[in-house]
Ligand binder design. Structure first.
Ligand SMILES: Nc1nc2c(ncn2[C@@H]2O[C@H](COP(=O)(O)OP(=O)(O)OP(=O)(O)O)[C@@H](O)[C@H]2O)c(=O)[nH]1
Ligand SMILES: [Mg+2]
Length: 220
């Protein structure tokens, strides 16, 4: 592969309460698999993936920092928020407390990340609300409409997803990336002002999506 193969690198953070499935969403994105018993994250973990945004003819490298939800790591994880251009704010649709915590997480993110950050609220574990696999369905504690309403009030994107089934996982990252690209085009993110957005060198501008298809694999 000659040179780098992306138009933009975008820094993402993944936040939310412990055990809502942050690491599982990242592993689903980068490795297309689901871990039934992942270890809790100690501090932060990192994953990255190339995605294409065909309608923009752009190849985007997502650099994702997956943070621990446990309170004792809060001061460490906060330091990774700095300059982030995108955020997945995750809760568990079967656990109302994790949804209620989102307000606090959001305030924290807004205080420490790029002020123009794009945040997508992700209601995870929707697979538990269906009973198709024979397990007894768990009661949904957060209706989709409530998630949607909170997102609208706070100017967030919103999606319900499942790291287990893969439903809407890549879509969540792509929707946020599209929104960031739109902000870049509007001049909201500037090269020097926004450490969470990196633009490729001019020599890379002729990159085509075909090239990305052959090179674009996950690279954690
Ligand atoms: N059914 C179901 N279980 C999930 C899903 N996502 C995660 N889990 C499970 O939820 C538990 C916690 O998942 P993690 O990905 O470790 O959660 P986390 O948010 O990274 O937790 P911390 O790192 O401690 O903050 C694990 O047992 C996962 O297998 C999902 O979409 N559906
Ligand atoms: Mg984790």
């Amino acid at each position: 592969m000659a040179g780098i193969s992306w138009h933009y690198v975008l820094k993402f953070i993944i936040t939310g309460d412990a055990a809502v499935g942050k690491s599982s969403l990242l592993v689903r994105l980068t490795d297309q698999r689901f871990l039934a018993n992942p270890d809790p994250t100690l501090g932060v973990e990192f994953g990255s993936k190339l995605i294409t945004i065909p309608e923009e003819n752009k190849i985007v490298k997502l650099q994702c920092w997956d943070t621990a939800g446990t309170e004792s790591f809060r001061s460490i994880t906060r330091s990774y928020y700095r300059g982030a251009a995108g955020c997945l704010l995750v809760y568990d649709v079967t656990n109302r407390t994790t949804f209620e915590s989102c307000r606090t997480w959001l305030a924290d993110v807004r205080e420490h990340a790029d002020p123009h950050l794009t945040c997508i609220l992700v209601g995870n574990k929707v697979d538990l609300c269906a009973s198709e696999d024979g397990d007894a369905p768990r009661r949904r504690e957060v209706p989709a409409e409530e998630g949607e309403r909170f997102a609208q009030e706070e100017g967030l994107l919103f999606v319900e997803a499942s790291a287990k089934s893969g439903e809407n996982v890549q879509e969540a990252f792509e929707r946020a990336a599209r929104d960031i690209l739109a902000k870049i085009q509007q001049g909201v993110f500037g090269d020097d002002r926004s450490p969470g957005v990196k633009t490729s060198r001019p020599t890379n501008n002729n990159l085509t999506l075909d090239q990305a298809g052959s090179n674009g694999r996950c690279c954690t």
